[in-house]
Design a protein around this ligand. Structure first.
Ligand SMILES: Nc1ncnc2c1ncn2[C@@H]1O[C@@H]2COP(=O)(O)O[C@H]3[C@@H](O)[C@H](n4cnc5c(N)ncnc54)O[C@@H]3COP(=O)(O)O[C@H]2[C@H]1O
Ligand SMILES: Nc1ncnc2c1ncn2[C@@H]1O[C@@H]2COP(=O)(O)O[C@H]3[C@@H](O)[C@H](n4cnc5c(N)ncnc54)O[C@@H]3COP(=O)(O)O[C@H]2[C@H]1O
Lengths: 141, 141
């Protein structure tokens, strides 16, 4: 990555590859998803189907909002609701060939975006931190 | 802000002023803090004392980690533990006069940093989004 300039960098150079990304499955109960989120420490993670296609993202806030009743957090609902019922499907995606500026523009409004291939299979995630590290390096050259 | 170049920008131009920042107090029970975090939708927020001095930050993950028992989330502990017992005190701070590059460097590892004055009073927060928006603008001029 050192030899490439900002203009040559693509999503594939900056992304965290799929095998290193914590994720959950569409039909997991929210109880499992919340446990994965708390144990991994992440606010949100990608949602995949059984064939490893990207389906959306899920975060702690949408889970907690869903079980927040009038008096308390209704924890028993966590085992009754599945990830696909509350996940966020409107997150933008990138392709591994997308250039740096496309990547920068997409993370302005999202802490991370998913990188998928032409058939929709999950390749990895591109995070704000990866973009900021590159920009900090570029501005100090 | 339009007329200033990147080099002229300081934390005070980019920060969200304190009156627009959701926060909690040191001696609030975790139940109140979790409710503020879920209602506001933020992963983490600043913690202030009663005189509005900055004390640390608190997020959903540290609260949920604290109440995660062997079998379930022990929700009853939320009313027994106070914010100051679990908050993160090691977050870096900025001063409103800090330049853009100092701001950029600090948000590489933190989604937001707090801006405090010389006596430690809370001025506002500087977010990754604010930095990314400026960089995107600068790179397209
Ligand atoms: N275990 C850890 N060790 C060190 N630093 C940590 C960390 N967990 C979080 N952080 C820091 O906190 C930032 C926000 O994390 P968050 O979980 O809200 O938001 C994360 C999370 O939702 C997701 N993410 C990052 N890495 C992931 C992974 N390996 N698997 C799944 N999701 C990931 O992308 C978002 C943006 O990540 P980004 O790296 O830009 O920014 C991260 C990183 O700077
Ligand atoms: N209500 C909302 N409307 C539109 N977009 C929203 C939103 N809530 C969150 N986002 C988007 O999600 C990003 C991550 O939010 P998060 O809550 O994890 O992490 C946030 C949160 O912990 C804190 N934060 C931001 N604004 C705040 C505020 N007004 N009061 C308290 N904390 C705030 O700073 C972190 C970074 O914020 P940043 O703006 O860079 O990045 C935000 C923003 O791009």
């Amino acid at each position: 990555i050192q030899e490439l300039t900002l203009l040559d960098l693509k999503a594939e150079h900056l992304m965290i590859a799929s095998e290193k990304v914590a994720h959950v499955q569409m039909n997991n109960p929210l109880e499992h998803a919340l446990l994965i989120l708390v144990k991994s420490g992440y606010s949100a993670v990608p949602v995949l189907d059984t064939s490893y296609k990207f389906k959306g993202t899920i975060g702690k806030n949408v889970i907690l909002n869903r079980i927040l009743g009038l008096e308390r957090f209704e924890m028993e609902k966590l085992s009754e609701i599945e990830v696909h019922e509350v996940m966020n499907k409107t997150i933008p995606c990138l392709n591994r060939e997308d250039d740096f500026f496309t990547c920068l523009k997409t993370v302005i409004d999202y802490p991370f975006v998913c990188v998928v291939d032409d058939e929709g299979y999950f390749d990895g995630i591109l995070t704000r931190r990866a973009i900021l590290k590159q920009l900090n390096k570029y501005l100090h050259l």
